[in-house]
Write a protein that binds this ligand. Structure first.
Ligand SMILES: *Cc1c(COP(=O)(O)O)cnc(C)c1O
Length: 371
């Protein structure tokens, strides 16, 4: 049987049916119904964050969180090219200019030391990504933002349930945005949320996802439609009941990978930070020291019906729609360019069995040693 790179977590069929049963009483399927309200409250508690605005997906949550800050057209936003394309799209679709910043070689998150060199009088914000669930250097980013009066919007799509120094990653920056896509650690089928502390953003973020409608006769923003439905919220309510055990199971998988791969010549793993609680969203492995090794390992795994992914290759700055930008120059992001040629994320999900992890590692090690 083939092993895919991920597998969605689901409650039992009976549990989901039980949760959606009352929707057949109410006939209220979307527009911030009781499931939406309950799920929002549960997330505010779980993520230990004062405000959560639920969205139909993570991308629109990110796009709207940036829109809510009212930046002038063409202003510059410093961000990482080592991410899923949604991050860059969310900036550009707000008529802002992404300025690609290099990453750190140890955890692949944006390099704060390089952020400062990119700040101009047009810079308005930083959009870092907790890539793979590796928590950004939030202290350094916060102090740069304070010093230069910049907003920080974290793409926290990979970071659900994580903490740094005891603080939930939902609380960092001016906003932190999660994705609850089917492939993420925690899912609502499709879904996402903006988490924030500023009371002034509550009505903006809630109105913007509903056409900018404040009440029956007042439309106050040029909003779109990005509401989370009752069925998505119900999935969230069910999956949230099991999130602790799901993350615990992922942790066992990650430890098994580590056990097999740690110290193998030419293989580099991310070292966890002290003071951090992780969600084990992905298992990235960097193949260093052997040219073109990564693609051969990907193929060898595929021959064995095991699907790994080149996350994140190409860099978003290398994509056809962004290559023309002046900051989209691989020479300006050499570390991101280097590692995006060498990384694979191996299969990672709660129900991946440890014998399969051993088998995957055996193939990886065998192929790796033939170079
Ligand atoms: C998944 C993801 C998104 C987009 O989330 P969707 O819920 O799929 O719209 C944004 N950024 C990153 C880094 C992601 O991995």
């Amino acid at each position: 049987m083939s092993i895919l790179v991920t597998r969605s977590s689901m409650p039992s069929f009976e549990e989901y049916c039980e949760e959606i049963k009352d929707l057949w009483e109410s006939h209220w399927l979307t527009n911030m119904g009781i499931k939406h309200q309950l799920f929002q409250k549960q997330l505010e508690d779980f993520l230990e964050c004062p405000h959560v605005a639920l969205y139909t997906n993570g991308h629109l949550a990110l796009e709207n969180s940036i829109a809510s800050m009212n930046f002038p057209n063409g202003a510059e936003v410093i961000t990482t090219p080592f991410t899923f394309v949604s991050t860059t799209h969310a900036i550009v679709r707000n008529s802002l200019t992404p300025i690609f910043c290099d990453i750190k070689p140890d955890d692949f998150t944006i390099d704060p030391e390089k952020i400062e060199t990119l700040i101009t009088e047009r810079t308005v914000a930083i959009v870092p990504v907790h890539v793979y669930g590796n928590i950004c250097d939030i202290d350094a980013i916060e102090s740069i933002a304070k010093k230069h009066n910049l907003k920080v919007i974290y793409d926290a799509a990979h970071s659900f349930g994580e903490k740094y120094k005891g603080v939930s990653t939902a609380n960092f920056g001016d906003a932190s945005v999660f994705s609850f896509h089917a492939t993420k650690v925690f899912n609502t089928i499709e879904g996402g949320a903006v988490c924030f502390k500023d009371d002034n953003l509550i009505s903006i973020l809630n109105d913007m996802k509903n056409f900018g409608i404040r009440d029956a006769e007042n439309v106050v923003y040029v909003g779109g439609n990005a509401k989370m439905s009752e069925f998505q919220a119900a999935m969230g309510i069910c999956n949230l009941r099991h999130i602790k055990t799901e993350i615990e199971k992922r942790k066992n998988v990650a430890e098994r990978y580590r056990c097999n791969l740690n110290g193998v010549k030419g293989i580099k793993l991310c070292e966890p930070k002290d003071n951090a609680i992780y969600n084990y969203a992905y298992f990235p492995v960097a193949f260093d020291g052997y040219d073109t090794n990564r693609d051969n390992i990907l193929l060898e795994l595929k021959k064995n019906d095991i699907i790994a992914r080149k996350y994140f290759y190409p860099l978003t700055s290398d994509l056809q729609c962004y290559k023309h930008l002046s900051s989209a120059n691989n020479n300006k992001t050499p570390i991101a360019t280097y590692w995006s040629d060498r990384i694979l994320t191996l299969p990672m999900y709660a129900d991946l069995c440890l014998e399969d992890v051993d088998r995957i590692c055996k193939i990886v090690i065998q192929k790796n040693s033939t170079f």
